[in-house]
Design a protein. Structure first.
Length: 202
């Protein structure tokens, strides 16, 4: 048996981090992969919990060694997902969610075509700007860069299996949970998990 691999992507400020956190809170069967990054921690972020914060030199060394399932440069910082950790968790029948950008999502889909990809959209650019400003974590020039990059990121929405519009958080969180539940009920997964029962019923 093997677990499902979920990819959640979105432009910065669309709410993917909060939605994934809610999914993890409500579903004990899914775990989040903690990415490696070269950016500095934001206020309240903890190394090993939110990200593995590493130097550019350490990141490059890992990348050259093939340690990353995917890696990308986003807003001038590098991000990567541990290949070994993801493969070990999936082999142990644990569902995994990757919170990564569209570049990383494309790389993962190329290596793991069965991965389930979900894109989070904001209800408007005005809402996106408001959310970025309300975080009070980034300088104005950083926010401007994130907004400028958002249109390019959103142009890749067609590559994803599911799309959630995060207009109201509670509804969007429920939709994300619904996707996970539905994917677990696919025939292949049910046959693998309930082989003994199905054999008895034949």
């Amino acid at each position: 048996m093997s677990g499902n691999l979920y990819i959640v992507s979105a432009p910065s400020g669309a709410g993917k981090t909060s939605l994934v956190a809610k999914l993890l809170e409500n579903d004990a069967r899914i775990r989040k992969s903690v990415s490696y990054t070269t950016r500095s921690p934001r206020p309240g972020e903890t190394d090993g919990q939110h990200y593995h914060f590493v130097t550019p030199e350490t990141f490059e060394k890992r990348a050259k060694a093939g340690d990353f399932l995917e890696s990308a440069t986003v807003h001038g910082n590098r991000y990567g997902t541990s290949r070994r950790w993801v493969e070990e968790q999936l082999a142990g029948d644990t569902d995994i969610v990757l919170e990564i950008d569209w570049q990383g999502a494309a790389q993962v889909r190329g290596l793991m075509p069965a991965a389930i990809s979900i894109f989070i959209l904001p209800p408007s650019f005005e809402a996106l700007l408001q959310r970025l400003n309300s975080r009070a974590q980034d300088a104005p020039e950083v926010i401007a860069t994130r907004l400028a990059n958002a249109r390019e990121e959103i142009s890749h929405v067609h590559d994803f299996d599911y799309v959630i519009i995060n207009a109201e958080f509670k509804a969007a969180a429920a939709e994300l949970q619904d996707i996970v539940r539905a994917e677990r009920l696919r025939t292949a997964h049910q046959l693998a998990r309930h082989t003994a029962l199905i054999n008895r019923l034949k």
